[in-house]
Design a protein around this ligand. Structure first.
Ligand SMILES: [Zn+2]
Ligand SMILES: [Zn+2]
Length: 200
């Protein structure tokens, strides 16, 4: 069995996050559209704030272009997000489209030899791994404070009920303690408010 050489290739062929650069050929100027539905295997984002959940799909619509130094991938990634409104805590679901552009350098190209691996992505064994590019772009585009609607009024600080569910004019009677003391004193003064009137 020559599994050592064939199985990584077969596994890669089944992994939709990987792009086989043989499909494009190493001829600068040639290009290939690449549209794929990618299944998310590790959730992105922050639980209970906003997330791209495990098992959801990220759709990429890319153009792979062969350039002298490597392959330029550009296009969009669309992800479905789920989270919680930062004001009223209602569930919020949304679709997010982000732009991606990244050069994947050929081994032994000038770019490969003059840059660090964390600066420019590489083509490894003729494969391009789309995952880091797509994940980074989606994570950066996730909202920090998702809202169910731009004008969500949030929750009443007095009772914690959504303003949208409360009667118009809803409020909680609160009286400043200093005023409360004054009111008390006026009430304790016999005929307090008629005395001033009789002085005139
Ligand atoms: Zn809300
Ligand atoms: Zn209230």
């Amino acid at each position: 069995m020559s599994d050592e050489s064939s199985s990584p290739q077969r596994a890669a062929a089944r992994n939709p996050w990987l792009f086989d650069t043989h499909e494009l050929g190493r001829r600068p100027g040639s290009s290939l559209p690449l549209r794929r539905d990618l299944t998310v295997e590790t959730a992105l984002g922050v639980p209970d704030v906003v997330e791209v959940t495990v098992g959801s799909t990220i759709t990429v619509d890319l153009l792979a272009e062969s350039v002298v130094e490597g392959i330029l991938m550009s296009g969009t990634a669309t992800a479905h997000t789920e989270g919680q409104c930062s004001r009223c805590l209602d569930p919020v679901a949304d679709d997010l489209e982000v732009s991606v552009t990244e050069l994947f350098a050929y081994p032994e190209s000038t770019t490969d030899e003059t840059t660090e691996e964390d600066e420019v992505s590489r083509i490894v064994d003729d494969w391009i791994d789309l995952e880091p590019m797509v994940r980074d772009a989606v994570v950066l585009a996730l909202p920090l404070a998702p809202l169910c609607s731009e004008d969500c009024a949030g929750l009443c600080s007095g009772c914690g009920v959504k303003w949208a569910d409360l009667e118009p004019g809803h409020g909680h009677e609160t009286i400043d303690p200093r005023w409360a003391a004054l009111v008390q004193r006026l009430e304790d003064t016999p005929g307090g408010d008629t005395a001033s009137g009789s002085d005139r």
